[in-house]
Structure formats: C-alpha cells, structure tokens
Design a protein around this ligand. Structure first.
Ligand SMILES: Nc1nc2c(c(=O)[nH]1)N(C=O)[C@@H](CNc1ccc(C(=O)N[C@@H](CCC(=O)O)C(=O)O)cc1)CN2
Ligand SMILES: Nc1ncnc2c1ncn2[C@@H]1O[C@H](COP(=O)(O)OP(=O)(O)OP(=O)(O)O)[C@@H](O)[C@H]1O
Length: 246
C-alpha cells in the first residue's frame, strides 16, 4: 500500500464556536483540479436522533458496490498512514454492515504489515457491552443477533480496551466537533467512556455522506478526537496527545 498517489493538499483550520477543529482534505495528486472536494453536509437542525439515523442509513446504503469498494480503498490509505505514523501495533476495527465504510482493505493491509487486528463482539453477559477479540485469517466467525459477523468467543483471544493502541469505531452520523451517533445500542459509548487520555485513541471511520451539521448529543455521548472519511481527516479539540498537538 502506498501513500504516494495521495497527499494532504490543503489544511484549513477553522474555529467553530468555542471548539477548535482542524480539517485536512485529501486530494489525489493526479486530479487536475486543486480544489478541495466538496461534500454537502446534511442539515440536521431540529431533527430527532431517530430521524437523522434513518436518513443517513438510507444515504450510505444507496452507494453502489463499486463506489463502496473505491471509497474503502481510498479511506484505507489515509487511515493506514495515521496508524503507521502513530506506530500502533494493536488496532480494533469492525466488519462493515448496513452500508458502513468497509474496513476490509485496511484489515488486509494491517495483516500484511503484522499489525494485530481486533474485532468487537457483543458481550455474552454484560448487556450493551463489547469485547474485543484478536482477529486473524483463521479466526472462526459466527453471526450475532444483528447478523454481523464476529469472532467466536475464545477467552484466550479477548483483550481489554486498555491493551489496544487504537479503536476505530463505526458510526451512523458525525459532525465536525467529533460528536458521533451509532446504531442506537450504546455499545461504543460504553467502551469509549472507559478510555483515559486518548489511550487507546478512538477514531471514527465513515463515508462523507454521514457528516451532519450537528449531532444532537446526550450526556453519555463521548466525542471522537479524530475522524477519517475517504476525503478528510477531522481532528477535534478532544485530540490531546504527543503525536499531534492540535
Ligand atoms: N459493523 C458494526 N459492528 C458493530 C456495531 C456497528 O455499529 N457496526 N455495533 C455498534 O454498536 C455493535 C452492534 N450494534 C448494533 C446495534 C443495532 C443494530 C440494529 O440493526 N438495530 C436495528 C434493530 C434490530 C433489533 O433490535 O433487533 C435497527 O435499528 O434497525 C445493529 C448493530 C457491535 N458491532
Ligand atoms: N456509558 C453508558 N452507560 C450506560 N448506558 C449507556 C452509556 N452510554 C450509552 N448508554 C445507553 O445506551 C443507549 C443507546 O445510546 P445511543 O443511542 O447514544 O447509542 P449509539 O451511540 O447510537 O450506539 P453505539 O455507541 O453502539 O454506536 C441509551 O439508552 C443510553 O442510555
């Protein structure tokens, strides 16, 4: 996997409200236009969480298989560069469903580089909680009640989240402040609340069409310090670490 075809061609630093957010736009260097790719941010004002969730799920499910594959390949290059730059060796990903941005190219690239991949599985006893399980090409898989493939329970392969360097979270909608909204189970909220000082760092991974003007947040929602889409990297003020002094 090479980064040479892509580079960060413009970094716009804009302050929104009292929070500082840095958005870096990725552009293919072989694209004739130097313009920043524009994606419409969905105006979610005055919409309920359920309404936003329904709309965005519809949008991402409308992407064709070919678009999904191209977007996943592009996004993979950007997130892989971040993983390598951070020297992460234990990365939790997810297996895409319901039109989510596929992590398959990233999983293949990490396996090739001997970076350990972990997947979430629904906790068998603790309601609403996730377990992270080491995932290799030979891991036996089962389908959970949502029909998402997950590693078969094997206590020897479970890790606690503090053992991970990075948790890449699926999501339904996000905004420029790093707020996220998921499928409604609170699984990742319960995981993210346990993270101290961005260790592991939680990174949102989603299509551009999943960006909304404002996610209506609840007190339990944990904002993400970093988000990647196929066209941009969004670092919010929640990012405070030695790697990146945003
Ligand atoms: N790829 C992926 N894996 C993941 C998640 C995710 O969002 N994406 N999760 C992140 O938390 C967990 C699963 N959470 C989920 C929560 C709700 C539904 C869902 O389809 N809800 C239906 C109602 C189905 C039912 O109640 O039986 C719906 O809203 O239509 C799916 C997954 C763990 N694994
Ligand atoms: N830290 C927590 N402790 C206990 N309950 C929580 C916690 N976080 C969220 N919940 C509960 O989970 C439920 C679902 O929350 P929410 O709709 O925000 O999930 P979500 O962000 O869409 O899903 P996910 O985190 O799985 O992607 C809510 O009823 C909320 O009360």
């Amino acid at each position: 996997m090479t980064m040479s075809r892509f580079m960060v061609n413009s970094i716009s630093s804009n302050t929104v409200g009292d929070k500082h957010t840095q958005v870096s736009y990725f552009t293919a260097t072989n694209t004739p236009s130097l313009e920043t790719p524009q994606h419409t941010v969905f105006d979610s004002s005055n919409m309920s969480r359920d309404c936003i969730r329904r709309h965005i799920r519809q949008q991402r499910n409308a992407l064709s298989h070919t678009e999904q594959q191209q977007l996943a390949t592009t996004a993979c290059q950007h997130l892989l560069a971040e993983i390598v730059a951070r020297k992460a060796t234990k990365v939790a990903l997810y297996l895409a469903f319901d039109g989510e941005l596929s992590t398959q190219p990233l999983i293949d690239a990490l396996w090739q580089q001997n970076i350990a991949v972990y997947l979430p599985r629904i906790h068998p006893f603790a309601k609403g909680h996730l377990l992270f399980v080491h995932y290799t090409p030979s891991t036996p898989m089962v389908h959970n009640r949502f029909n998402i493939a997950e590693p078969k329970l094997d206590v020897r392969r479970i890790v606690t989240s503090s053992h991970l360097d990075m948790i890449v979270t699926p999501l339904v909608a996000f905004d420029v402040h790093g707020n996220r909204m998921g499928m409604g189970g609170g699984f990742y909220d319960r995981t993210l609340v346990q993270i101290k000082a961005n260790n592991p760092i939680a990174i949102g991974y989603a299509h551009d069409c999943q960006q909304v003007s404002q996610v209506p947040t609840q007190y339990w929602d944990i904002p993400l310090p970093l988000l990647f889409t196929p066209t941009k990297r969004i670092a919010s003020s929640h990012l405070r670490d030695t790697h990146n002094n945003n």
